[in-house]
Design a protein around this ligand. Structure first.
Ligand code: M6R
Length: 611
């Protein structure tokens, strides 16, 4: 959701803070702010460009450089995205500055009490209460650290916090509860951020904080403690991410760059995980729970948005390959609906960020009820990755664009590997296993072929640029793809799109069809091809334009669809990987053609750490 970044060291903090913020822009971007001890607080509605402009105008650049500071990008939850509600927030004395990612649930009662005690509030945010509570500690003679700890003991909610105290300019206190915080450990300088992306350029040595951790960070030291006065050791880890992975690499948008990473992403998801000659999958991340996995008789997959749609494919894949019953649930529903969990149930959380709060809480709820908790996660060291009993990393590299593209491909690939893994110890024959592995290994090359169609897909997207609505249909393996194609289009182009099972069309959606309402039909030559073709005919009979995603060499469909996107022939259960790339390119080109901010669509954030 929001992004936080802090620096303490010998360098001029300002350019480092601004650069750190711009690398976090994908997390949230309706307002921004920066505080450096010795300089005035600068805040703005808008994003980092606006903040830069405001800093130049404010004249604070002319004063001596500051060697520490905290910065924040906001995605509004409490209060409008205005300058006054932008972080950091300050207490009455002007000495305590707080930047916060998360929500203070009991802020109303805390604020009421603070108002009664004479504090003046400048914003409508929940965060400002923290600055005033810290001020109260300092006023009665407590240290900076004690005042922060005392404040956090009073709050309920989630936070990834940065606190700067003007009278102790070299120290930054950070704390984590439900919202991620990573320390970057440099040489004579230290960094703090919501995730490792903006830190990597400076250092690859990081410390991931756990919920309940408070870290006192100076240029040359960091110390981690708890609210209970216990000091704790958090291990330093070295990340092997490539810094260039976090930049656009010549593409106009991160989204296009990330779509074009498909072949590499597919290879990375499979690297070292298949034994081709035996038709088996080797998932090291699940070894520690191998015995429990053997007894699992039910899997519940939880996720949100695109990760949920990957989960739907996971259901089809695992049931088909392993014969283990699978249910897929929206994490936001599962966590509140009192699901029945047996002792042989595994709950599998699918999440790119590993921080989606609903998915995390669904997984925690299942764990509390005794389920084996598993994760398929991209962000290394994220909360879901650390809290699940075991899991498989996607290794897709940082995904910056809000729309999930390469992560989806990787999730589906890992789910296929999981189906193979479970299947080979159950009902799946060696022959079928080998067939699947061979098909998986061909995927990167086939993905290249779909990517080569980018310009042709762009031409089709351009033709439909003014359409106000779209229907997406598909059957069996292509049904989840209809849902996924629709979410991709609506989230980045703001065009209304509805995904449905092709067989469901007659039960309602077909009423919308006329000559101005196009349908995107995902119709590869698979076991339900004839049925999908019948549905296309029904749409054509009502004069609805049809764009079809079809298998290369399918000439029959040329007569039915106005526009065609061909994908290579592939084992039926893996066709979603190829149709996903085509659907991503279609959505991208349509939105980019409208001149929209594809990587940062309005109202959305990359990492949804609120309920
Ligand atoms: O980080 P996660 O995979 O848990 O995120 C889940 C959804 O928020 C995410 O997939 C969202 O639907 C994407 N913007 C869709 O492209």
């Amino acid at each position: 959701m929001c992004g936080i970044f802090a620096y303490t060291g010998e360098k001029d903090a300002e350019p480092l803070l601004l650069e750190g913020l711009s690398l976090l822009e994908y997390r949230g971007y309706d307002s921004a702010g920066i505080f450096m001890p010795g300089k005035n607080l600068v805040k703005t509605s808008g994003a980092v460009t606006e903040l830069r402009a405001k800093i130049s105008k404010s004249g604070i650049e002319a004063s001596a450089p500051s060697h520490s500071g905290i910065a924040h990008l906001r995605w509004a939850t409490h209060g409008e995205p205005t300058e006054k509600n932008a972080h950091p927030h300050v207490d009455c004395t002007g000495d305590v500055y707080v930047a916060h990612n998360g929500i203070i649930e009991n802020f109303r009662e805390l604020k009421e009490a603070l108002l009664k005690r004479g504090h003046t509030f400048k914003s409508e945010t929940d965060t400002e209460t923290l600055a005033h509570l810290i001020e109260e500690g300092l006023t009665v003679g407590k240290s900076f650290e004690e005042s922060v700890v005392e404040t956090l003991r009073q709050v309920r909610g989630t936070y990834g916090l940065l606190i700067s105290y003007a009278k102790e300019p070299d120290t930054i206190i950070t704390a984590r509860m439900g919202s991620p915080v990573v320390l970057g450990i440099g040489n004579g300088e230290n960094f703090i951020a919501s995730d490792a992306t903006p830190i990597l350029k400076h250092t690859k040595d990081v410390v991931f904080l756990n919920d309940g951790d408070i870290a006192i960070v100076t240029a040359n030291s960091y110390r981690v403690r708890t609210l209970k006065d216990e000091s704790i050791e958090r291990p330093k880890e070295t990340l092997d991410w490539d810094v260039s992975e976090a930049s656009r690499g010549g593409y106009p948008h991160f989204m296009l760059k990330e779509i074009f990473e498909a072949p590499e992403v597919l290879r990375n998801a499979m690297r070292g995980r298949v034994i081709a000659s035996e038709g088996k999958a080797k998932l090291g991340g699940l070894e520690s729970v191998a015995k429990r996995l053997e007894k699992i008789d039910r899997i519940i997959i939880v996720g949100c948005g695109t990760a949920y749609y990957a989960g739907l494919l996971g259901e089809y894949l695992i049931e088909n390959l392993a014969g283990v019953p699978v249910e897929v649930e929206l994490a936001s529903e599962f966590r509140y609906r009192d699901a029945v969990i047996g002792k042989n149930t595994a709950v599998l959380a699918v999440s790119q960020s590993g921080e989606t709060l609903d998915t995390l809480e669904a997984m925690r709820e299942a764990k509390r009820k005794g389920a084996l908790s598993l994760g398929i996660v991209n962000a290394v060291g994220s909360t879901i990755a650390r809290e699940t009993d075991a899991g498989v990393y996607n290794h897709a590299g940082p995904e910056i664009s809000v729309a999930s593209t390469k992560a989806f491909l990787s999730q589906v690939t890992v789910l296929a590997l999981l189906g193979l893994f479970l299947g080979r110890s159950r009902k799946l024959s060696e022959k079928k296993g080998i067939e699947l592995v061979e098909a998986l290994e061909k995927l990167p090359e086939l993905a290249e072929k779909v990517l080569a169609e980018s310009d042709a897909i762009k031409a089709i997207a351009t033709k439909y640029r003014t359409a106000r609505d779209f229907l997406y249909i598909g059957r069996k393996w292509s049904y989840p793809m209809a849902l996924e194609g629709a979410i991709k289009l609506k989230e980045i182009s703001y065009v209304h799109a509805e995904g449905t099972g092709a067989g469901e069309m007659k039960h309602g959606p077909i009423a919308m069809i006329d000559e101005s309402f196009p349908t995107l039909a995902i119709a590869p030559k698979d076991s339900v091809y004839e049925k999908t073709v019948s549905n296309i005919l029904e749409i054509r009979a009502r004069k609805g334009p049809v764009i079809a995603i079809a298998t290369e060499g399918d000439t029959r469909i040329e007569e039915l669809a106005e526009d065609l996107i061909y994908i290579p022939d592939v084992l039926e259960c893996l066709s979603p990987v190829l149709s996903a790339i085509a659907l991503q390119l279609f959505a991208y080109h349509l939105a980019a053609g409208k001149g929209l901010n594809v990587d940062k669509p309005r109202n959305l954030a990359k990492s949804v750490t609120v309920e």
